[in-house]
Write a protein that binds this ligand. Structure first.
Ligand code: ADP
Ligand code: MG
Length: 612
């Protein structure tokens, strides 16, 4: 559709911003100072993120698909954002309530099954993006190729990559994946552009995100992000839908997909009216399943949703803690997402933070408008702004005894690069294996393995002598590249982490909660492992030193005695404190041994192992 006009030449480079939402999607552009949404004539700029594969062979997208979801529930696909970049097993709980069928395909990839067709979530997202592209091209009057697409702040590598793939499938080149809350803040940065701390509260159809950002001198820095993948306006609809279903004369209605969809749509309409009025009435004719008449007051609705709203507030508090801030230190509150139109949400948030939230920008459009600003910056039309994001979980490598040494800490801003020097643990070691982990826990078995690689060709040297510089580089899209370089020889190996399935957001959250719950256990486990590993290294190193060094008999005896004592504790699985004190004793007797009789390398090996 757009390819026909692809040859038209443009004088300024136009990059558009796309908010690819779970529920709704839209595009915006900035040509000049102010961004604007791209809409088809007077049509609603929001495109429902829905695709209907009609039995007659047509593929309908957006509002047309939404209109058909009652007629063809099994053929109308929505909420694919919950599936994208995840495995079928991972999204199992997201799939059970969907009216269309999702099966596990090759490599446990989720496939949407419609009749004989099996489609990937990327393919469905691509159909939505193509529709957005066509609308944007109509509105702009020329072709569109380069885009910025937004994703939730908690999307992991795999989900970001899959989103990029969807754009490519739609014939778009995604120049940048941008975090939704960052985009929203960017949209608000337009107005006052005062330096300060901003809290972005995004409650959409199916997900909730909160981010705390610091804006200073035109630089947007994300201090912390939190959220809930299963919390949004759909849950409000469900509560109302349940009330409606309870009024049906027969329970059979709730098993009929047609009835369920009709009830859900009615519930959503009721909810929206309750954002404006103190009371709303619904009259629904469900044919054979009966008629329903229901009046709901705003107070009743608010009582029903209050626990859900409270969960969002708990996330807000936790994000503030992560950012190291009191809520009173936050200067501005920004609302994003259609569900922030619910008055209770606004009121409770204001009561918690003590500040009225900003509402100048349409909460449905803020993300797309911000994406358009970022797109314009990338197009090279605005050099005054810089953008920084954070990584959600710490990144590190496995060291001695299965502990993870973190190189990049959670909430570090990206792009970022951190280097640290490591050495070998064994003499004549020519290969170093690097295992990269993500997570907050101390032990590798509790973190997620992202990838492994080997640095080969290290010259055979005594343990501790090779100097391996490990560099972690996280680019602006959050993609990690790890490089290892032996400093003397310059040999190098590296890996780019593009996991088949990275961490899911739920997994990220679970791992973070676990890290807090297990902090004490972890500390003890790590202490034990380290004390043991050090003691073992001391015994090994000293025994070797004794073989090559010619010591006066009394010293040899003292060292032997200390080594034996330590070995005995190791054999008996002694507790860390005992190991530590025996290791200290051994260190004392060995340091009295002159350097000139003991190989400097062995001393160094011991020292390095002790330091780790
Ligand atoms: P997403 O980011 O998930 O695509 P949106 O930001 O578009 O979602 O928000 C969609 C949600 O907002 C839906 O649950 C919709 O019912 C809800 N919503 C939209 N307008 C209103 C309103 N006036 N009152 C209450 N909820 C609303
Ligand atoms: Mg959204």
């Amino acid at each position: 559709m757009s390819d026909a006009s692809a040859s038209s030449t443009e004088t300024t480079r136009i990059v558009i911003g796309i908010d690819l939402g779970t529920t709704n999607s839209l595009a915006a552009v900035r040509a000049g100072k102010t961004p604007r949404v791209l809409r088809d004539l007077d049509a609603d700029p929001l495109t429902p993120s829905m695709v209907c594969l009609h039995p007659d062979g047509r593929t309908l997208v957006g509002a047309e698909a939404k209109a058909l979801r009652l007629e063809h529930p099994e053929r109308t696909v929505f909420s694919v954002k919950r599936l994208i970049g995840r495995s079928a097993s991972e999204c199992h709980s997201d799939v059970v309530n969907l009216p269309y069928q999702v099966i596990a395909g090759e490599r446990d990839l989720p496939r949407i099954k419609i009749g004989d067709l099996e489609l990937s979530p990327e393919a469905i997202s691509a159909m939505v993006l193509k529709h957005i592209k066509a609308t944007a091209e109509l509105a702009l009057g020329h072709s569109v190729r380069e885009v910025v697409v937004t994703v939730p702040a908690w999307f992991d590598d795999a989900q970001r990559q899959a989103t990029k793939d969807a754009a490519a499938l739609a014939g778009l080149e995604c120049l940048r994946i941008l975090n939704e809350p960052t985009a929203a803040a960017l949209a608000y940065g337009l107005d006052g552009n005062n330096d300060g701390t901003v809290l972005v509260y995004d409650l959409g159809g199916g997900t909730f995100d909160v981010s705390i950002l610091r804006i200073k001198d035109g630089i947007f820095r994300v201090l912390a992000t939190k959220g809930d993948t299963h919390l949004g306006g759909d849950d409000f609809d469900q509560l109302l839908a349940q009330r409606i279903l309870n009024l049906l004369p027969s329970k059979k209605g709730s098993e009929d997909p047609y009835v369920l969809q009709a009830v859900l749509s009615a519930a959503e309409g009721l909810k929206m009216r309750l954002s404006e009025h103190d009371e709303a009435t619904l009259e629904l004719d469900l044919g054979d399943h009966g008629e329903v008449q229901l009046t709901v007051t705003r107070a009743e609705f608010e009582a029903a949703i209050a626990p859900l709203v409270q969960r969002t507030l708990d996330c807000v508090k936790s994000a503030a803690r992560d950012a190291g801030l009191e809520l009173s230190q936050i200067d501005d509150i920004v609302l994003v997402g259609g569900s922030t139109r619910v008055p209770l949400v606004r009121n409770r948030l204001e009561a918690l933070t003590g500040k009225p939230p900003h509402t100048e920008i349409d909460p449905d459009q803020a993300v797309a408008l911000g994406a358009a600003i970022q797109a314009d910056i990338l197009a090279g039309n605005d050099k005054s702004l810089l953008l920084l994001d954070v990584i959600p979980l710490s990144l590190g490598i496995e060291t001695l005894g299965g502990t993870v040494q973190k190189l990049i800490l959670r909430n570090s801003t990206i792009p970022t690069s951190v280097s640290e020097e490591f050495s070998t643990g064994v003499d004549d070691q020519t290969t170093v294996e690097l295992a990269i982990y993500q997570g907050e826990r101390e032990l590798s078995k509790d973190c997620r393995l992202l990838g492994e690689f080997k640095l080969r060709g290290i010259p055979p040297l005594p343990a501790g002598l090779p100097r391996v510089l490990v560099t972690f580089l996280v680019d602006a899209d959050g993609v990690l590249r790890v490089t290892a370089r032996e400093q003397r020889t310059g040999i190098e190996a590296s890996i780019q982490i593009v996991p088949t399935f990275g961490l899911t957001r739920d997994e990220v959250r679970r791992m973070m909660i676990e890290s807090i719950e297990h902090a004490q256990d972890d500390y003890i486990a790590r202490e034990e492992i380290e004390a043991r590993a050090k003691a073992e290294a001391m015994v090994r190193g000293t025994k070797k030193a004794l073989q090559i060094a010619e010591l006066p008999p009394d010293q040899t005896f003292a060292v032997h005695k200390a080594v034996k004592a330590l070995q005995k504790l190791l054999d008996a699985d002694a507790e860390p404190n005992a190991l530590k004190s025996a290791s200290d004793d051994l260190t004392k007797v060995t340091t009295t041994i002159a350097d000139d009789v003991i190989s400097a390398a062995v001393t160094k090996a011991l020292k390095e192992e002790q330091q780790q």
